[in-house]
Design a protein around this ligand. Sequence first.
Ligand code: XIL
Length: 312
Amino acid sequence: PPTLNQLAAAKGRYFASATDNPELSDAPYTAVLGSEFGVITPGNSMKWDTTEPTRGQFSFAKGDAVVSFAQAHGEDVRGHTLVWHSQLPGWVSALPASEVRSAMESHIAGEAGHYKGQVKAWDVVNEPFNDDGTYRTSPFYNAMGKDFITYALQAARAADPAAKLYINDYNTDGTGAKSDAMYNLVRDLKAAGVPIDGVGFQAHLATQYGFPSQMQQNLQRFADLGVDVAITELDVRMVLPADATKLAAQSTYYRQVTEACLAVSRCVGITIWDYTDKYSWVPGAFSGQGSACLWDSNLQPKAVLDVVRTAL
Ligand code: XIL
């Protein structure tokens, strides 16, 4: 049978999974990771606390291992992420405001320069907004205001001119205040000639919170600004234990996300935030929740996988 990526490719899209270094020694896991997907994303190994834990001392071994795996299996890589308030080493937060811009630009030059030509896209800026659409406090915002986003994108373009440059966030999948804030930002960046190629929609969904409102229309309005859009971290968690109602809602959500992407010509692909419950981040991040992925914790396909395959 065709793989998820082959099904997506027939529609001009890619289908991708996140992964992480400890998982790469699990042979049954890597058999699926290396065959089912067209793109993989390191879930942690390209974050600032891993790649530049001490100022000016870069460490790319973990990210390189993910890139090597991808290349050995004919897969592309989405780089994640250059500038984010979380998983940020303490030395950045401790900098005087006057030094944050140069530290950020050096980090981007070092990391995106190292991976030049090896990642098809970068999540340059991750999660810049609060849920009410105001800018999130971070060392970057505190030092530069919203211009940190412009400076980050410009530095990334200079470091790797061929990589598609994205801003990525969660709770922007549907319409609402946070999504409007992202829309206004991207509109302004485009108008100012700032290098921005795409907007990432994490799509960390939960059956207890409902499906994002007007997702397809929301993706379309971003595409209409002249950028690509991508589903970058899809999973659909539920409060455990699972039951038939929750599983039905989960299947509907996965189907609707897939359909929304396919309905928007500039939606370039879908990334799931790891393919198996064995390595999902959900139980560690949301107490009492889980069962969010397409394969179960024994690496067996779940019924929802067929729903996605059918929707592609
Ligand atoms: C998560 C990883 O999957 C976890 O292993 C880690 O402990 C925390 O970060 N939004 C993002 C991702 O952009 O980087 C996060 O990844 C999940 C939420």
